[in-house]
Design a binder for this molecule. Structure first.
Ligand code: SAM
Length: 576
């Protein structure tokens, strides 16, 4: 691909009846390749490019050439892609001569930066990313698609069969020839043609032909030289009463401005796989969070009012698409709320939801750490364009995960503001008798020492047992003591429970009862009370990972009203 090739292609198009506005000029640079600029202001929205039907490459042209119909049940563009590979790489193909000026403007296989064309060593820079998973998965799918079409036409040779057989046991990236001189029916030529379609084809629907499949595409010479920018307003169409395809822009351009197209709202992953480039700070970027769950669990979510869109039952996994606009999908909060439900909770409670967000935050933090360190690996790519693209991908994905993390924190703050739960800190501060008893027991002088010296859990257990012994004398939310009573009535204490609490218990009792009898010798301070207190804490307590503050939350169903009315409606009929 060179500027000269573009000029020859423009001449070819005009000589064959195309209209290309004289204000359009073409340029070439290393970062974005061939592109169009305006030589004079453009602001009228009029048709800028019109390409006659005979210069377009669409399904019927391929079918006429091969004298077969596009096979059903496969990629609707498979036959057309093979035809384009033949045009490009079979010098004996009778149609090649006519399309040669156009074919010469297309990128050569070795110049393409989409990861399908990277070496296995280069792909190491994407280790652990969805991008790598999709690259490998798509390559496998493409090999099957290619072999099905070359077998259907009976055009494969022994090398092709050999390649196909090898691909089942060898990494495809290790088998790929890195050459611009390919056999037209080889996998490499088909991979190139597939990329040509993903990066430059237009929907055939545009030509208002009767399309059997909305994914049918056609190649649109000259217009496919335009680069992409998000939000660019353009119009693609069909000239009145003809099969000629047209392009116009709705943007106002000054002389020297780039004439751009709009490939659609694409994430960097889509741009990299389909087009071999990525956009920094891409507003349409997404990150896919894949969660694997124990077998059978996915199926149980519907009964909890949680409907998941993108699930893979065979792998017991679910995908969530995160974006800057939706960094924290309500279904993700709901899922983690369910995963953190206690066996005594039948639906998501405010506690299980808050605890779920803490767990989710940990998962997201791991992702952020991964993308932070992975972006450093970019240095392993010698090709600077591929390095840049990897870095933008990693940075963009990290940005979305960071936004998810920030949203979790905002969500927690908002919920606490709404619920206004009582904090242990305030209860501790107002109960000076208890606070003083801990000064003697743990040598702490203030509440914060409980956190720094690691005595928080012990203090909480002592406090809960104290509440149960003091009854209504204490100025605390009644639900804590009610919960203690409920647990005490139903709990079955086993040997493991006793073993778990024994070291803690022995470290404090019976000394405490004799040292501070006004608290620790009143009521029941037996080990069972602490086992009950442990369950009370499980049911009512949540610690903010941000402030480390401990809150007591009255058990109540979480209202999904803010997460989406339809979830709320489904959940409203359920009780804790
Ligand atoms: C339809 S073609 C446009 C013409 C292309 N520049 C060429 O040299 O043939 C699409 C390709 O252009 C490049 N491209 C388009 N928009 C871009 C952008 N905003 N930044 C970087 N590369 C871009 C990518 O290589 C993409 O695969």
């Amino acid at each position: 691909m060179s500027l000269e090739a573009v000029h020859l292609c423009v001449d070819w198009a005009r000589n064959n009846g195309a209209f290309i506005d004289e204000r359009i000029d073409f340029k070439l640079d290393t970062a974005t390749g061939l592109h169009a600029i305006s030589k004079a202001p453009i602001k009228d929205g009029k048709e800028l490019i019109k390409i006659p039907e005979k210069l377009l490459l669409y399904r019927e042209v391929a079918e006429a050439h091969f004298k077969v119909e596009t096979p059903a049940g496969t990629n609707p563009n498979a036959l057309l892609q093979l035809y384009v590979a033949k045009l490009k790489f079979d010098s004996a193909c009778k149609d090649s001569t006519f399309f040669q000026p156009y074919l010469n403007t297309l990128p050569t296989p070795t110049s393409i930066n989409a990861p399908y064309f990277w070496t296995s060593n280069e792909l190491l820079a994407l280790k652990g990313t969805d991008l790598l998973i999709k690259t490998e998965r798509n390559l496998k799918k493409l090999v099957s698609e290619w072999f099905a079409i070359v077998t259907h036409l009976n055009v494969m040779d022994d090398d092709d069969t050999q390649f196909y057989l090898q691909s089942s046991s060898t990494r495809i990236s290790d088998l790929i020839l890195r050459s611009d001189n390919l056999k037209w029916h080889s996998f490499h030529a088909y991979l190139w043609a597939t990329y040509i379609f993903s990066s430059r084809a237009f929907p055939e629907l545009l030509l208002k032909r009767k399309v059997e499949d909305v994914n049918q595409a056609f190649l649109f010479p000259i217009v496919d030289l335009l680069n992409h920018a998000n939000l660019t307003k353009v119009a693609w169409g069909l000239a009145d009463g003809s099969g000629d395809a047209t392009f116009s822009t709705k943007e106002t351009l000054k002389a020297g401005d780039e004439l751009l197209n709009n490939y659609g709202n694409k994430s960097n992953e889509e741009l990299i796989l389909g087009y071999g480039f990525s956009l920094p700070n891409n507003d349409f970027d997404t990150a896919t969070l894949t969660l694997r769950l124990p077998a059978g669990q996915l199926q149980s979510f519907e009964t909890q009012g949680l409907e998941l869109e993108d699930i893979n039952l065979a792998e017991n996994s679910v995908n969530f698409t995160l974006s800057m606009a939706t960094p924290l999908p309500p279904q993700l909060i709901h899922l983690f709320g369910i995963l953190n439900q206690l066996s005594s909770e039948q639906v998501c409670t405010t506690r299980s939801i808050l605890e779920g967000t803490t767990q989710l935050n940990k998962v997201i933090d791991q992702k952020i750490a991964f993308y932070k360190s992975a972006s450093k690996l970019k240095a392993s790519l010698a090709n600077s364009e591929r390095s840049k693209l990897t870095k933008t991908y990693m940075t963009g994905t990290k940005r979305i995960y960071q936004e998810c993390c920030d949203s979790i924190k905002r969500f927690q703050k908002r919920l606490l503001k709404e619920l206004k739960p009582m904090s242990f800190k305030s209860l501790f501060k107002s109960d000076t008798t208890f606070a003083n008893s801990l000064t003697l027991t743990f040598a702490i002088t203030k509440y914060e020492d409980l956190l720094t010296k690691g005595f928080l859990q012990q203090a909480l257990l002592l406090f809960i047992v104290r509440l149960s012994n003091e009854g209504p004398n204490m100025q605390v939310p009644k639900f804590i003591q009610d919960c203690f009573k409920d647990v005490a009535e139903t709990i079955v204490v086993d040997k493991e429970d006793v073993q778990e609490y024994l070291p803690f218990y022995k470290s404090l009792f019976p000394q405490l009862s004799s040292k501070i009898p006004e608290i620790y010798n009143q009521g029941d301070w037996g080990i069972k009370s602490f086992i009950i207190a442990g369950t009370v804490l499980d049911r009512l307590m949540w610690q903010s990972p941000l402030s480390h503050e401990v809150y007591f939350l009255e058990r109540m169903p979480y209202s999904f009203a803010k997460a989406g009315p339809e979830i709320h409606d489904r959940i409203a009929s359920l009780r804790v």
